[in-house]
Write a protein that binds this ligand. Structure first.
Ligand code: CA
Length: 231
């Protein structure tokens, strides 16, 4: 029983929470349920779950605010968050992912889709967590401390840019298409446009500054490649 992954469900509608909990339990997960941000925080302080399913519309702090807070907190920054929402607007979806959510499920959803997405974030997260730090020339990324340095200078990155850089560093010297980056960094977001990748690459380059930024190469018609030009 100990090895069953724990899922924290943060959802104020008990019927929805019950449906999710029953299905997850039938499929080998343990489930705790919190109905608002305060009780969710208490659950998190007690036991760190493998995945958080987070409703957008909650009494008190919104799911969006919680995602942002948890993504920046050392204890929860590596915990996958899947947002649940009735909102279908592209801008809202992007806002959720920008806040640090790993994936997004629009209500009403099928339980099969829910299970597939929970399993997908678990699969994607585990290898990244295992690799504590990665170095590419003067660029260094430490997942444990969430720190990026270039020539020993600290570089501040948002959660999406951090994930993007982490992926590129773990798979350096290769060209990645926009759709492959969407799949690997953002998850199975068929509804996210490929130019979202360009926006985040631009932000990442700006955050890295001119020297480190030029390590990310735009490969015309193909995608992006991170390489150490100093070699
Ligand atoms: Ca709700």
């Amino acid at each position: 029983m100990k090895h069953e992954p724990m899922v924290l469900v943060v959802e104020d509608e008990s019927a929805v929470a019950e449906l999710i909990a029953v299905n997850l339990r039938h499929n080998g997960f343990r489930v705790t349920w919190a109905i608002d941000s305060d009780s969710a925080q208490r659950e998190l302080d007690a036991v760190l779950p493998a995945v958080i399913l987070l409703d957008w519309m909650l009494p008190g702090d919104s799911g969006l605010a919680l995602a942002r807070r948890w993504r920046h907190h050392p204890r929860t920054r590596a915990t996958p968050i899947i947002m649940l929402t009735a909102r279908g607007d592209l801008a809202d979806r992007v806002a959720g992912l920008d806040a640090g959510a790993d994936d997004y499920i629009a209500k009403p959803f099928s339980t099969r889709e829910l299970l597939a997405r929970v399993r997908a974030v678990l699969r994607r997260r585990l290898p990244e967590q295992a690799a504590e730090s990665v170095v590419l020339g003067p660029l260094q990324l430490d997942a444990a401390t969430y720190r990026v340095t270039f020539d020993n200078q600290i570089i501040k990155l948002g959660p999406t840019e951090f994930k993007l850089l982490s992926y590129l560093m773990h798979h350096a010297e290769r060209v990645h298409s926009r759709s492959s980056l969407l799949d690997k960094v953002w998850g199975d977001h068929v509804f996210i446009e490929e130019r979202t990748v360009d926006v985040h690459v631009k932000r990442l380059r700006e955050a890295l500054g001119p020297d480190a930024g030029q390590m990310i190469e735009t490969v015309r018609g193909a995608g992006y490649r991170l390489s150490d030009h100093r070699v």
